[in-house]
Write a protein that binds this ligand. Structure first.
Ligand SMILES: [Zn+2]
Length: 238
């Protein structure tokens, strides 16, 4: 092959490769912001009549609200989706439903699942389950409710902890042709973490905005971030 022919083939190869890359570029319309569980029971100033929610995350979870509102109002995403923890009063994750056990204890359920016991929180239709009053939820937003089955907890917005019951989230994102998700909200070490892991499993490109989250505890928050980095989540620290 002459040098000129070789040069021609090289140029063609470069052109084809760059056009493939162009095809893979994600447009704004294909990007979703997932706002996880910004509900009164996880916040500290949502109620008018008390100082904090029943399962307040960290010292001052409300600090993330203006930062999340900035993302919601930005021009970066095609859609914004919200999740809500939405438990029946007899939910398996409530310590009050397990006599002889205390809040924050871990027990093993009949099916072998490990379950941390929490204070009663986000009971369906309660004030604690409402979004924090300062969260900027656009009218008509898609809200996915999780943890509705009394037998299973559901940290991920995609499915319950036993992976037996999916929520409507995956089908909704697919119906909107979403390819990339950015995750914010509460709590970093539980529902945000599990949602990110499931988003990776479901082949989305995933970003986590750390400044827009808060952890229940620093060590579990740090472990969650380290694991998400390993899984290929784009962890944005600032
Ligand atoms: Zn819950």
């Amino acid at each position: 092959m002459t040098n000129i022919k070789l040069l021609f083939f090289l140029l063609m190869a470069i052109l084809v490769s760059s056009s493939c890359k162009e095809d893979k570029k994600v447009t704004k319309e294909q990007k979703a912001l997932l706002v996880i569980d910004m509900q009164n029971d996880f916040c500290n100033g949502g109620y008018d009549f008390c100082n904090g929610g029943s399962l307040q995350v960290g010292e001052n979870p409300d600090r993330v609200i203006p930062l999340i509102n900035e993302e919601i109002k930005s021009d970066k995403y095609g859609i914004v989706v919200f999740s809500k923890d939405w438990h029946p009063q007899d939910h398996v994750s409530f310590a009050s439903n397990h006599s002889g056990h205390k809040v924050f204890e871990t027990i093993t359920l009949e099916d072998g699942t490990s379950q941390t016991l929490w204070p009663d929180h986000c009971v369906q239709d309660s004030v604690g389950a409402e979004f924090h009053k300062d969260l900027a939820v656009p009218e008509g937003s898609f809200v996915v409710k999780k943890g509705k089955n009394k037998l299973y907890d559901s940290y991920s917005a995609f499915q319950d902890n036993n992976a037996k019951e999916p929520t409507e989230l995956l089908a909704y994102l697919k119906s909107k042709n979403i390819k990339e998700v950015t995750v914010v909200g509460l709590a970093l070490d539980y529902c945000v973490y599990w949602t990110c892991k499931d988003a990776v499993k479901n082949k989305f490109k995933v970003s986590l905005l750390v400044k827009c989250t808060e952890a229940v505890a620093k060590n579990t928050g740090d472990d969650a971030i380290a694991d998400m980095k390993k899984l290929g989540v784009n962890v944005v620290l600032n």
